[in-house]
Design a protein around this ligand. Sequence first.
Ligand code: PHE
Length: 460
Amino acid sequence: MTGQRKTRAQFGSKFGVFAAAAGSAIGLGNIWKFPYITGVYGGAAFLFVYLGFILAIGLPVMLSELVIGRRSRRNAFGAFNKLAPGSPWRFIGSFGVAAAFLILSFYGVVAGWSIKYIFFSLSNTFDGFSPLQIAETFDAFVADPGKPLLYQIIFMILTGAIVILGVHNGIESFSKVLMPILLIIILILDIRAVTLHGAGEGLRFLFHPDFSKLTFEGVLSALGHAFFSLSLGMGTLITYGSYVNKQNNLINIAVQVTVADTVVAILAGIAIFPAVFAFHIEPDGGVGLIFKTLPNVFIQMPGGVIFSVLFFILLTIAALTSAISILEVVVAYFVEELKLHRRSATIIATSLITLLGIICSLSLGIYSNVQVFNKTIFDLLDFISANILLPLGGMFIALFIGWFFGKFRVMREVAQGGSLKGWFLTVFMNLVRFVAPIAIFIVFLNGLKILDAVMALFKR
Ligand code: PHE
C-alpha cells in the first residue's frame, strides 16, 4: 500500500463473479427441495408458476441487490447506511445479517448429513437394507447426540476455511473450480437416470402439468422458494455485488445466475424422479426424499455405489458454495462495521454459527422436547428465516430501490455511462415498486399463517 486508501476486495473475472453468485444460488434448495415441491404441486403446472415468479420478482430483486451492493461497496448493513444515511432503511441490513446467522446454522447441519452420506455410500452401508431399515438408520443418525455434530463441524470448518482466504483467493477461486464439477456430476446423474428402464414415468411426474394439484398454497410456496433458491432477501447478493467491478454488466449477471439456478433445479429433478419411479419407489417428501428414498434407489441401481457417492458429493458441493456466501454476509459485516480483521471475523462468525447449529442439531434428538410455538429449534430456525426474514427483506429491498433509490440512480449504476432501453427501466421500476412488494407481502402473511385465518373467516 502506498499510503492510499486500502482498496476493497473485488472479484477478478466475469466467470468468477458468475461462479460465485451461481454457487450461492445453487444449493440444498435446488437439489432436494425443488424436485419435491414440484412433484407435490402438480409438476409442470408448478414449474410454470415458479418461472413466472422468478422472472417477475426474483430477477428484479436480484438486480436490485446487485445495484445496492455495487453502488455502495459495503456489506449488507453498511450499504443502506451509506446510500440512505441515518435512515431506518439500514434495518433491512440488520435483518439480513440476522437471517444469515439463522439460515447457516441449520444449513450446516443438513450439509453435515450430506458429508456423512458420502461415507455411507463409499462403504455401501445400505446394501441389503429394507426401506424401513434405511429410514431408521437416518432417524437414528440425526438424533444421535454426537455423530451429526462431528460432520456439521467439519462442514463449517470447510466453509470458514474458504471464507478466511478472502473474496478473490477463497470464494471466487473455489467457486470457479467447484461449479464446473457440480455441473459435470449432475449431468452424469441425469444420463444415468433417464437411461434406466421405466424412467419415463418419473419424467411425466415432473413435467406433466396437473393444474388440479396446484393449490393456492402451491403458488405461495413457489414464490417463497424463488427467494430461497436465488439467495435473495438477506443481502447475499448485496455483499457479492459490492465486489463486482464497474466493467461487469449487472443485468447479464442477474440473468445468467437466474437461468443457471433454474436449469440446475430442473436437472436435479431429472436426476431424481426417473430413478425413483424406475424402481417403483414412492417418493418421500422433504429431507426424506434425499436421505431416505434415494438410498433405496441406489442400492438397486447398476453402479449404484458410484452414483450414490457422486450424488452426495454433488449435494455437499452445492451446499458449500451456498454456505460461503451466507457466511460472507456476516464476515463482511463484522469486518466493516465492527472493524475486525477478516481472520478474526471469520473465526468468530463461524464459531457462533456452529454453536447455534449444534443446538439446532441436538433439537432433533436429545432436545426434541424443547419446543417453541410447537416446533423444534431446527424447524423454528427454518421457519423464521425462510418464511419471515427472507420475504420481508426482499420486500424492503424492492421498496428501497423502487421508492427511495429511484430510476435515475438505477440507470446510472447499471448503465455506467452508457444508456439503458427506456422500456426496460419502466418495466423494472414497476416490478420493484408494485408487483414484487405486493406479491411478497401476500407470501409473508401466508408464512405467518395470518392469511389462513383470514380465509377461514371468509369460509364461515
Ligand atoms: N440459495 C441457496 C439454496 O438454494 C440457499 C441460500 C439462501 C443461500 C439464502 C444464500 C442465501 O440452497
